[in-house]
Ligand binder design. Structure first.
Ligand code: VGL
Ligand code: ZN
Length: 198
């Protein structure tokens, strides 16, 4: 069985001092670095938005960060501008090991957000990650990173739906926790058969 570690969005903007800071976001770095040697493959995801991305509140006059809006593909939380392509905020945390096998960027289409490493938020546009994993014979995934209740959870749910054996290492994840989003994400993952390691 080929087992991959997927390191989700451990980027400056999701760490303390960043534009969309996740409480304790930087605390995951040391444990993720230590985990990397235990896997057959290591894949990192990187949130990678163009300026004026449609998930930014600043692109919606009259809307404030953390409000919700309707997009053609469903409801969307509006975020502060974050992880703009090529900026320091989009870079990986400086202490994160980036000597993994693949870096998969997502959220690069201006009109659609992508929380999951597999599919954009319309749940149909693929990132290519599934094909990469399957062609390498990877069947088992462990996920860690940021944020538990958004990009980690969406990636885990898609992976489970695609038939991968999925574990989320909660000790190496941190959450945004927007109005109960953490509890909701944990229940959805449990329901989907994702193993939650804590
Ligand atoms: C994320 C909100 C917006 C995440 C990315 O990595 O969880 N959350 N973009
Ligand atoms: Zn984003």
């Amino acid at each position: 069985m080929t087992h991959a570690l997927i390191v989700v969005d451990v980027q400056n903007d999701f760490c303390p001092g960043g534009a969309l800071a996740v409480p304790g976001g930087d605390e995951v770095v040391a444990s993720i670095n230590a985990m990397m040697d235990q896997f057959d493959a290591v894949i990192l995801t990187q949130d990678w938005h163009p300026a004026a991305h449609s998930s930014f509140a600043s692109s919606h006059p009259g809307k404030a960060p953390f409000e919700i809006t309707d997009m053609p593909y469903g409801t969307q939380v509006l975020w502060p501008d974050h992880c703009v392509q090529g900026t320091e905020g989009a870079a990986f945390h400086k202490d994160l090991r980036t000597d993994g096998d693949l870096i998969i960027r997502k959220g690069f289409r201006v009109g659609i957000d992508s929380y999951s490493g597999f599919f954009e938020n319309d749940q149909t546009t693929p990132t290519g990650l599934e094909g990469y994993l399957r062609s390498r014979g990877i069947t088992r995934l462990t996920l860690a990173g940021l944020a538990t209740d958004f990009c980690v959870a969406f990636t885990a749910l898609d992976a489970a739906r695609l038939g991968f054996d999925v574990t989320v290492e909660l000790t190496a994840c941190r959450a945004i926790d927007l109005e109960g989003s953490l509890q909701a994400a944990l229940s959805q993952m449990k329901e989907a058969g994702v193993a939650l390691q804590s």
